[in-house]
Design a protein around this ligand. Structure first.
Ligand code: AMP
Length: 550
């Protein structure tokens, strides 16, 4: 940790640490009657207020202390978006322990690896995951007890899980005579592992300070723009980078919160959006695919939904156009990563953009956006020299800021910073107004004849074809050019397009030498645990694909 010099004249403001517990304490005191509504694993709807949430979080914090959980101990969760998970966000971190959210969509071996690597003490889980826990419990060496997030009546009668506790029993047997402890804001608050497409996942260990600052900054109008007038439904899971900070930024803003539980299909989401009057949501493009298709196929419209943040992978322009033009939903394209808590940029227009023709405004909105205060970024060439912000020069993207990792948990990966900057592994351009556009992950760029071809651009063009549901572009070996683009496409149900028609679609939309050499049609693309297309798997599948010789 850097030791900064102190001034002979220090400010005279209260020295109050930025602690995660202060967020829920604020919401309970100042927006105490505002609601948190959850679709439960049991299928029913549960509703209560921020006041109830904070009290139950304190009771759970008290219970954890009773179980012997100490400051810095890791407490894991395997759970959907719901009120009990929210309580744990505050109970665990608020007590000084570290909330370790685990992505249940990861391979069981990776989950066991993560739990052991984090040396978790307790594991809380939604009943959906009971069979998974039973299968993996014997591999989890450090876990002292498992807590089923349910009432006594829903506890399994027989199970192989060694020490199984009941969530509601823990709450019921705690008095709530517990005051949130105060401690150094740089203490660890939560832990989230990267998805680890190559090698083992690595842990990003967030502090209380980084979490609160990120929540503050991400709620601002240039970013997510959350206020007490909103009703927010985070589709992005609480096990994926803390649902992009929404469990903190929503109570901090006093907005009503709606949790979808495990029901993430288009129909269930649409019903909840309508019944609870959701105004704002956030998620990866794949979930919007399901929701938008459901709405269009059934000729429905949203009555309250006004704005959504889309990130995690590039928002296809066609999806953005449908949401804005057909469904009247404003789209904020955002970029970030686990190592950045996650928010880095968000795409909203500046005042002077408002006079631009609609098509030019849309071109700005398609980018991943402008840095939010707290995040600095730059693009560099292979030698580390900074590249110009001209919107066309692309380079490796580096970032820094108080909610960007300085290294991985337990030193994995060694010294990752380059002169104090974190290398994101993304390739991007930045324009003169400071808007970032991601062209690719550096390991996904297609290197053709010494030049780079950005796969995201090609995928966006393919997905603007009416017959294309999903598209991914990968580089495959080519004797002359080293690599050439291969387009892998999933067609929309009932729609048809030929290889030749699709290739002709690229004419005049990208440089001629960028046009893919071939197209293959498939039923489904391999998706990772966080809703991203697994290009490494696609490269393995099409490793020996022979491109047609021109
Ligand atoms: P994760 O840590 O799983 O959230 O993944 C972070 C990575 O997702 C980033 O480094 C990008 O490669 C990718 N990503 C996130 N948001 C976007 C976006 N809006 N457009 C393109 N790629 C994105």
């Amino acid at each position: 940790m850097t030791a900064y010099p102190t001034s002979p004249l220090m400010g005279q403001m209260m020295d109050q640490p930025l602690l995660v517990s202060s967020v829920i304490a604020f919401a309970a005191r100042h927006y105490g009657g505002n609601e948190i509504v959850s679709r439960r694993v049991e299928g029913d709807i549960h509703r209560y207020t921020y006041r109830d949430c904070e009290l139950r979080a304190r009771r759970m914090a008290q219970a954890l202390t009773g179980l012997g959980v100490q400051m810095g101990d890791r407490v894991a969760t395997l759970a959907w978006n719901g009120y009990r998970h929210m309580e744990l966000y505050y109970a665990v971190s608020g007590s000084g322990a570290v909330l370790h959210t685990i992505n249940p969509r990861l391979h069981p071996e990776q989950i066991a690896y993560i739990i052991n690597h984090a040396e978790g003490q307790y594991l809380f889980f939604d009943m959906t995951f009971l069979p998974a826990i039973e299968a993996m419990a014997r591999h989890c060496k450090t876990i002292k007890g498992y807590v089923a997030m349910c009432e006594r009546a829903h506890m399994p009668l027989e199970t192989s899980i060694p020490t199984l506790l009941c969530y509601e029993d823990l709450i019921a047997t705690s008095s709530g005579q517990y005051a949130w402890p105060q401690f150094d804001e740089r203490s660890a608050a939560s832990l989230c592992y990267t998805s680890g497409t190559t090698g083992n996942p690595k842990g990003a260990l967030y502090s209380h300070r980084s979490t609160v600052l990120h929540a503050y900054a991400s709620a601002m109008p240039n970013a997510l723009n959350v206020s007490a007038a909103d009703t927010v439904l985070p589709v992005v899971p609480m096990f994926h980078v803390n649902a992009w900070g929404l469990p903190y930024s929503v109570p901090l803003s006093g907005a009503k919160m709606v949790f979808p539980g495990p029901a993430l299909d288009g129909k269930s989401l649409y019903e909840l959006f309508e019944s609870e009057g959701v105004t704002f949501s956030a998620g990866v493009p794949t979930v919007w695919l399901g929701l938008v298709n459901h709405v269009l196929q059934n000729d429905l419209r949203f009555s309250s939904f006004r704005r959504t943040v889309i990130g995690g992978s590039a928002c296809p322009p066609a999806m953005m156009d449908t949401l804005i033009d057909q469904l009247g939903v404003e789209v904020v394209h955002a970029w970030g990563m686990t190592e950045m808590s996650p928010l880095g940029t968000a795409c909203t227009l500046m005042g002077r953009h408002k006079t631009l023709p609609a098509a030019e405004q849309r071109a700005v909105l398609r980018k991943q956006g402008h840095a939010i205060y707290g995040v600095d970024m730059k693009i560099v060439d292979d030698d580390g020299s900074e590249l110009p912000w001209d919107g066309s020069t692309y380079g490796h993207l580096l970032v820094k800021g108080p909610w960007v990792v300085s290294g991985y948990f337990r030193g994995e990966g060694g010294d990752v910073l380059q002169d104090g900057w974190f290398p994101t592994g993304d390739v991007a351009t930045i324009d003169a107004d400071g808007y970032l556009q991601i062209t690719d992950r550096s390991k996904d760029v297609i290197k053709s004849g010494g030049e780079w071809i950005g796969s995201i651009d090609l995928e966006n063009v393919a997905m603007s074809h009416p017959a294309v549901l999903q598209a991914a572009c990968i580089g495959v070996q080519h004797p002359k050019w080293s690599e050439r683009p291969l387009l892998v496409v999933v067609k929309r149900p009932g729609a048809d397009v030929t290889r030749e028609e699709l290739l002709a679609w690229f004419d005049d939309k990208v440089a001629k030498w960028w046009i893919p050499d071939d197209v293959v049609f498939t039923e489904a693309l391999p998706m990772g645990g966080t809703g991203k297309i697994q290009k490494n798997k696609l490269r393995d599948i099409y490793h020996e694909h022979r491109l047609p010789t021109a």
